[in-house]
Design a protein around this ligand. Structure first.
Ligand SMILES: NC(=O)C1=CN([C@@H]2O[C@H](COP(=O)(O)OP(=O)(O)OC[C@H]3O[C@@H](n4cnc5c(N)ncnc54)[C@H](OP(=O)(O)O)[C@@H]3O)[C@@H](O)[C@H]2O)C=CC1
Ligand SMILES: Nc1nc2c(c(=O)[nH]1)N=C([C@H](O)[C@@H](O)CO)CN2
Length: 232
């Protein structure tokens, strides 16, 4: 059965590393981003250009997947924008973090349900459950993305497992200053910048898992324990 893994937002950084890892493991990967990446040139990766904030682009992706493949092994909703707080940015992040996964999960359910086992993985953020005063809209839309794991896990059980991955720091933005870097590293118990590997490992765990659905996999370096008020 020719059943790819759809990875959204795989033209750079974490998503690109994930797509290459899955392709090198033998999976067919359909990568959906606004831009194509020369670094994603791999025989197992099909790059599909789509702005997932646009309904017509999402529908073209859905039509492509339905007409070219027998089923769908997994959907990994990684596409994201980490935008500052204003109404226009909130609307954009809602479209990308909430509307797009909602639309794709509903429209591609039939492709997933053809499989013996399939997975949907929502890449959220550890701020989904605690908020972020500097990125209110980002955290809120990621919280909605995390909440949808619960609904889709129930809707598509038992064939399709639906889980969230909640990263803390993975890869800092290019061009940040050293002071911000040090400040960010010190927010976790494990004070280093891990790169894409923790997310790749979490995805592999979920793809192999037989008994996880409606759950969260936290990969945050112990950030939730740093600087807490000890009660003992
Ligand atoms: N980096 C980190 O430290 C952390 C990351 N995360 C989460 O992990 C995931 C990966 O992070 P990271 O690699 O840093 O993310 P980036 O912001 O570097 O990349 C996001 C990806 O999403 C794609 N994308 C953005 N807008 C759209 C759109 N409208 N339509 C389709 N694709 C789009 C981009 O491709 P293009 O521009 O070509 O469309 C890009 O490939 C994200 O979900 C992020 O929220 C969570 C916590 C920490
Ligand atoms: N789509 C993105 N989401 C996030 C990014 C990013 O670069 N793109 N970066 C972060 C930060 O690294 C944060 O975890 C630490 O400051 C969060 N989300």
């Amino acid at each position: 059965m020719n059943s790819p893994i759809l990875v959204t937002g795989a033209s750079q950084r974490v998503g690109l590393a994930l797509a290459l890892n899955l392709a090198q493991a033998g999976h067919t990967v359909v990568s959906a981003s606004r831009s194509k990446s020369p670094e994603a040139a791999h025989p197992n990766i099909i790059q599909f250009q789509a702005d997932l904030c646009r309904e017509e682009d999402r529908q073209a992706l859905i039509d492509h997947l339905k007409s070219n493949y027998d089923g769908l092994r997994a959907i990994i909703h990684n596409a994201s924008l980490w935008l500052d707080d204003d109404l226009a940015n909130l609307n954009t992040m809602f479209k990308l973090h909430v509307e797009a996964p909602y639309h794709l999960n509903l429209a591609l359910g039939e492709q997933l349900l053809k499989m013996a086992k399939a997975d949907i993985i929502h890449i959220c953020d550890e701020t989904s459950s605690r908020g972020s005063k500097s990125h209110i809209g980002y955290a809120a839309t990621k919280a909605a993305l995390q909440n949808m794991v619960l609904s889709f896990a129930e809707k598509y059980a038992p064939v399709v497992r639906v889980n969230a991955i909640l990263p803390g720091l993975l890869i800092l933005k290019e061009g940040g200053d050293e002071a911000y870097r040090q400040q960010t590293l010190k927010k976790a118990l494990l004070e280093f910048e891990p790169g894409a590997q923790p997310l790749i490992e979490a995805v592999q765990f979920l793809l192999d898992s037989q008994y996880s659905t409606g759950s969260n996999v936290v990969i945050n370096g112990g950030r939730h324990l740093k600087n807490r008020i000890a009660v003992d």
